[in-house]
Design a protein around this ligand. Sequence first.
Ligand code: ADP
Ligand code: MG
Length: 407
Amino acid sequence: MSVLTIADLPSGRVADSRALVRVDFNVPLDSQSRVTNDTRIVQALPTLIHLLERGGALVVTSHLGRPKGEPDPALSLRPVAEHLAGLLDFPVHFSEELVGPAAREAVEELAGGELLLLENTRFHPGETKNDPELSLALAAYGDFYVNDAFGSAHRAHSSTVGVAEQIREKGGEAVAGFLMEKELRYLGMALEDPTPPFVALLGGAKISGKIDVIRSLLPKVDRLLVGGAMANTFFRALGLETGDSLVEEDRVDLARGVLQEAGEKILLPVDCVVAPEIADAVDTREVARDEVGPGDRIGDIGRGSRDLFAQVLEGARTVLWNGPMGVFEMSPFAGGTLALAQAVARVTEKGGITIIGGGDSVAAAEMAGVADRLSHVSTGGGASLEFLSGAVLPGVAALQSRKGGAS
Ligand code: ADP
Ligand code: MG
């Protein structure tokens, strides 16, 4: 689905208007409430700067963490506002209220070219219920609405869905920010119009969380490479011994079905790195996949699999990567993930499109030093998985679509 963006707003629309902007400032904080990774804030800057430079007064909302519908000082957005102030050449204010008289006053006092960050949307019990009253109160803050929080688009909350509907109700626009647009463009391309050969590299902990993605990608990919603990469940479907490895017993039949459906398209690891336990300092062995012993735990794909997968990737023009190949957080089991991170980055360098999604996968790409050598690093963990499984994200559906104006 193609949605309108802030670039489609009529010229002059932003100046002297108030924009309600939903961003994803759900960033990690340390015990002193300092922002330890500001990637998500930095990625929202193009949208914020575009609007501020055009004289818009920006009322900005976000959630942070999972407070239970009530204030939790450890999850206040105040330190995020301070961090943001250091990144912008425009005045940044903070409101301790999301809705209420003080918040309203702060909104009314806001001048063009200034930004007001409101307190954590999830301090309000109405947020996760998409409460109409909260949506209406938020909608009063903006002449138009901008959603740049792709990572929250799979949730129908007040600040992502209800407010968009309310603002459209009163004649205002509801459009995507640049980050949201980029996410939809890249992930949409993978689903709708991938340049072949299209190779998906899937891994991570579980099949269960990703079965819908596998099903949706299967008809579209030329090759599906599977690593990580996910591969163990497929091994079992082939009748192989997996020792004490992580296996989803109740998904073995499902895996068997996928193998049948996928035929030649799917490639499983041919060998594995095993150890008596998954720990930071253990002696590992590399064995063929039919040589895993009863007490073994599979922690990574082996060298033969890395070479095989890298060879398939070498011919790819579009790559979608979700899920690490092993327990990359521990050095004895990081080799497969790091090697394939390089193989994916080489595809970008040869002019291919490379897309990575998933919280742990992105962390692995950063660890491998390839994050800036990929075409697109998705900020939305759960949202990108839902999108790739073919679901319409409620936060996207609430925006104006390019064709016809109504979604
Ligand atoms: P993402 O967040 O990128 O979607 P997942 O959350 O699905 O990825 O999976 C990531 C986790 O999978 C990592 O914490 C990693 O340690 C784990 N994992 C990968 N391979 C194995 C394995 N062979 N055994 C146990 N855990 C694994
Ligand atoms: Mg994860």
